[in-house]
Structures are given as C-alpha cells and as structure tokens.
Design a protein. Structure first.
Length: 456
C-alpha cells in the first residue's frame, strides 16, 4: 500500500553477511523507566513481551536496585545516556558516580546488553556545549566508561543533521537553530567534534553515531508524492555522506528516536508514515554510503518515539501504548505488526549474476576524456561496479561548476534544493536541473557531486 525509496549507488566490493537480526534493529524510545512502573505488574508483563530488541534508557541514574534486577531478566539491549546536561558534564565525581552505579548493579550493565551514548540533543540540553568542548567531554566519558570495561561500546550524542556549515539541532522548544556551528572552525558541529577528537586521539573516535530522526530542518522537496518521507530519507543520506567523508562509513548509525514530524496529510496518516519509514529503514542499502559490515544498510538501529506519556506534563501524540500500559494504540499495533513482519534474520542477497558492461555518461566520477561504464548485476541489492574508459566524445568538460545548479558560482543550499526537487526524474537540461554528472537522471550520484562541492 505504501511505497518506499531505496538508494543504491554504484560501487565495487562484495556484499557482506547481514550483521543484525531484524528484531535487533527495532527499538523503543521514551521507555518511561521509574520506580512506580517497576512495581506495576502490567508494565512488567508488557515489557517482557514487547518485541523490540533494544531501548533508550535516558540516564544511568534512573537505575534503582529494583529496576536493575528486572532489567537483568529482560533480554533487550539498552542505549544508556551519560553527560546529558550541564550538571552531567564529565567530572571525576560524575565518573565515580557512574562507576558506583555499575558496580552496584552489574547484572543490569552487562557488556553484551549495554551501549553508551555521550550527550543528548547536543547544544540544547546543554546549550554551552560547543563542538570543541564536546570532543574533550566525549573522550573523558569514553575513558571513564572503558575503564569499567574496555569492551563497552561508546557512541556519540544525537544531533538532528550534520549540515556542513549549516548545522541544525532540535530541542522540544527550540525548533531549528543555527547556534551549533563552532565559532573556531566555522564548520558543522558534527564535523568539528569528529575532527577534534581525531586530532586529540584518533584511537578514541565514537564506536557508533547517534542521530535524531526528526526532519523539521530539512528542505521540503517538490514534485514527489511523499515529501515527508523524502525529507526523512534525505536527512539519513546527509548523515551517511558526512560519515563517509569523515572516515566513519564502517560505523553503525543509530536513530535514537523518530516519528511523523509532518503537519499532517501523509497517505495513510501517521500509521502510513511509520510503515513507509520502517520499510525504508529495514531495506535501504547503499554500496557507496552504507555500512559495509552490515550489508551496506544505511541505518543499523532505530526507535519510534514515544512509548508512553510518562514525563510530568508530557502530552506526546504518537505513543505506542496507553499510559496505564493496558492496551496498544493504533501506532503501537502497527509497530508490533512490523516487528513480526521482519521477524528472524534478514535474508542475504541471492548470488549476484554479473551482466555486461554498459556505456554511461561522460564526466561524473570519470576525468575529462573518459566515459563511465556500468556493470549491472541482479538481483536488487547486489553490488554493481563502474569503470572509466577512454572516449574522444568526452573531451569537453561539462559547463559550470560541479554542483552549481543555478549558475551563481556557489555550491550551496539553493543548489541542493534544485537537486531535491528533481530527484528521481529523468531530465534533459543537465546541470540546471540537478543532473550534476550528466547521465540524464537525478539520483544519489548527483547528490554526492553536490556534497563534494558544497561551500566551494
């Protein structure tokens, strides 16, 4: 009933075995841990039967002994947040408090069941946390956590988008703000803190990257049937493109929370958006941007937000469960059905059958005087390959700057919006319609050309 988009770019290399069971990809945000819930038998029974493979635990401090004992009996991984606010910044005292909590509840913090995320909604929960400061905070928290057990996995905190020089962050009351660019570098928050960590100690980069799945700050595309879904997908591709440029393509990308952030009108309503988004998240592979250790999937884990309205005064409208845990909502029923749909292990692609080389376009990733040839393979999901061959008809380079669709001499957001408006279409006007590699189609390859030229 609902369609979804799979970005698949051409690249060499072998498809590797799927790293995650399907159930491990589904998670739960806003889980509502607390002493009152721990003693609620309906809540306990629900949680044992809940089909997700992991959940967000907003703070290790929310782990009293009663909860720790219950957590030990639940076969689910937890993404635990540290350093969420200014009061939770790294200090020797805060590190020791974490060590004390883990030591007192070892069964709740097993290495195989615990992931750590440093910070949350970076720059909002702690507005003074600049990117350069976050880099030192991350390393300090990482050292603290790995001193407890070196096998713990420690990842980044979430921001909404890694725009180069146009960072965006989301907080419940702040909307889209441009205050997260780092004044020292002028670059995005994401790029700045990754490069700063690498400069301080390249061996201490995040083990995985966490993002928010909200797309308020993404441009709204035109000429597509489901612009909300396109914005969600484009945000993920922006993250993955930035991760590749930063040498992080092999890292997992975890969406800590997502929901339908549109103003309504999505085909099938919020249930329709959830269905299309989950289908995309479970199926989208990209041999150019995806994680090669996970069959080139773009996203390794994701969690719908929210489970219940458990926070004081909270009135979330997209919960999965009624507040007394008595029943599923329509969204909850759909999420459970999607978990069942993808139950078990995702099948690896069938054996790839190599096809013949076919002529592509001049330019693109090929130098002047070369034509790209593409070797297609079947079935869908197998790696394709490309090569550059000499062709006298390709001796004239394309006019204009790569990625400059509007001809103003800059490669910027305006050019991105032109590409986005033509995405998925066959075009004849080339550069001016976002076809930056002149192959007659506007697709992910053109996005890479724009991204590589951005800001130049």
């Amino acid at each position: 009933m609902f369609g979804f988009i799979i970005f698949l770019l051409f690249s060499g290399g072998q498809i590797q075995a799927v790293a995650y069971q399907a159930r491990e990809r589904f998670g739960s945000g806003g889980t509502g841990w607390g002493v009152a819930n721990i003693s609620n038998k309906d809540w306990q029974n629900f949680w044992k039967e809940y089909g997700v493979g992991w959940y967000v635990d907003w703070s290790y401090k929310f782990t009293p002994p009663a909860q720790a004992a219950f957590l030990a009996s639940v076969n689910k991984e937890r993404l635990t947040l540290v350093g969420k606010s200014k009061n939770d910044r790294y200090s020797a005292a805060n590190c020791q408090a974490l060590k004390n909590t883990v030591a007192a509840n070892p069964e709740a913090f097993g290495v195989a069941k615990t992931l750590w995320s440093v910070g949350n909604e970076l720059g909002y929960d702690d507005p003074g946390m600049t990117a350069t400061l976050y880099a030192t905070q991350f390393i300090s928290w990482r050292d603290c956590i790995k001193s407890i057990n070196p096998n713990y996995k420690v990842g980044s905190g979430a921001i909404i988008s890694p725009y180069t020089r146009h960072p965006r962050a989301y907080g419940p009351d702040s909307g889209c703000v441009a205050s997260l660019s780092d004044p020292a570098s002028g670059e995005s928050y994401f790029r700045t803190y990754i490069n700063r960590i690498r400069a301080l100690n390249g061996a201490k980069l995040p083990d995985f990257i966490v993002m928010h799945g909200y797309f308020w700050c993404m441009p709204t595309p035109t000429g597509v049937s489901n612009p909300q879904l396109s914005r969600f997908i484009n945000q993920i591709n922006l993250y993955r493109a930035e991760m590749k440029q930063l040498g992080l393509q092999g890292k997992d990308l975890i969406i800590k929370e997502f929901f339908d952030t549109s103003s309504g009108g999505y085909p099938g309503g919020r249930v329709g958006f959830m269905t299309d988004a989950v289908n995309f998240l479970m199926n989208a592979r990209d041999t150019n941007l995806g994680n090669p250790g996970d069959d080139f999937h773009l996203v390794q884990r994701f969690a719908w937000f929210n489970l219940i309205n458990d926070l004081a005064g909270a009135t979330y409208t997209q919960t999965l469960r009624s507040n007394n845990f008595a029943s599923w909502t329509a969204l909850g029923n759909n999420y459970q059905s999607l978990i069942k749909k993808y139950a078990g292990v995702l099948p690896p692609p069938a054996a790839c059958q190599t096809a013949v080389w076919q002529n592509g376009s001049c330019g693109g990733s090929c130098p002047v005087g070369k034509r790209q040839q593409i070797r297609t393979v079947s079935p869908a999901g197998c790696a394709s390959a490309s090569r550059c061959v000499s062709d006298a008809t390709c001796s004239v380079p394309p006019a204009g700057k790569s990625g400059d669709a509007n001809g103003d001499g800059l490669v910027d957001q305006k050019d991105y919006e032109i590409w986005l408006g033509s995405y998925g279409k066959s075009v004849s006007s080339g550069l001016t319609q976002g076809d930056f590699n002149a192959d007659g189609k506007v697709d992910g390859r053109d996005y890479v050309v724009w991204f590589n030229g951005y800001g130049k």
